[in-house]
Structure formats: structure tokens, C-alpha cells
Design a protein around this ligand. Sequence first.
Ligand SMILES: [Zn+2]
Length: 135
Amino acid sequence: MTVNLKEKRELNNFLELLAFSAVKKFYPTAALKYTQVSSIENAYDFLLDCVDSGELKIAWEVKCTNDNIICARKINEVEDKNMVLNEEVMCDLCGHEFTVSTLDVYPYFELTNEYRQLVREDLKKKENRLKISMS
Ligand SMILES: [Zn+2]
């Protein structure tokens, strides 16, 4: 499944807005919150495509999985999740020790500097065009 044309446009607008903001990172769920995209899987697939094409970088957070007290403390951030899988970690908040599995890592995305710059340059070009057409 992929996003449809309208959803794709909304997601692109969302990324462009981020390029003008101070937001450093966002979770796939944010893409759902700020667009009308109905499926998290579709939004996630779109964001992964953006990693391939250079707009975004993906990275991973390791979170504490102590279910007894629902801790969810962020333990680590890595660019490649293979760097942490099967590692022994300990939560500094609740003391829970565990071996990191795929269920303990959560993806997040960052805009690449290149994309941020391109979006900002595009706006300048648009502003200049507007000036020309109004003079
Ligand atoms: Zn914990």
C-alpha cells in the first residue's frame, strides 16, 4: 500500500513546514497528526522513501521496556539499529536490565541539511518571482 496523491501532497507540505521550523526530529506518528493520512504504515513507507531519496535520515531510540511500571525511558539513540540489537542495557531510571530486541527500538526521522536548504532556497526563488510579476 502506498499513500494516494492527496496524502502524498500533504506529507510533502508537512516536511516543507518542518524545514522552516526549529524541529530537529519527529516520530512517524507526527506525520499522521499533521496530515489526513489514515494509515501509519503508509505514512511510514512514504517517510522511508524520503530516506532513500535524501530528504530524511532515519535513526532509532532504544526505550526501557519495563512493563511493570511502564517506564519507557529513552536509553539510547543510534543511527543504525543493528548497533544496539542484542546489546545488554540498563535503564538509569528504573534499573531494568534487558537485551535490546526489535521491539525496544523506535524509529524517528530528521530532515537532512541538504533538503532543508533546498526548501529554503525554493522559497526565495518564489518570492523573487512574485516581485518580478508584481513590478
Ligand atoms: Zn526504565
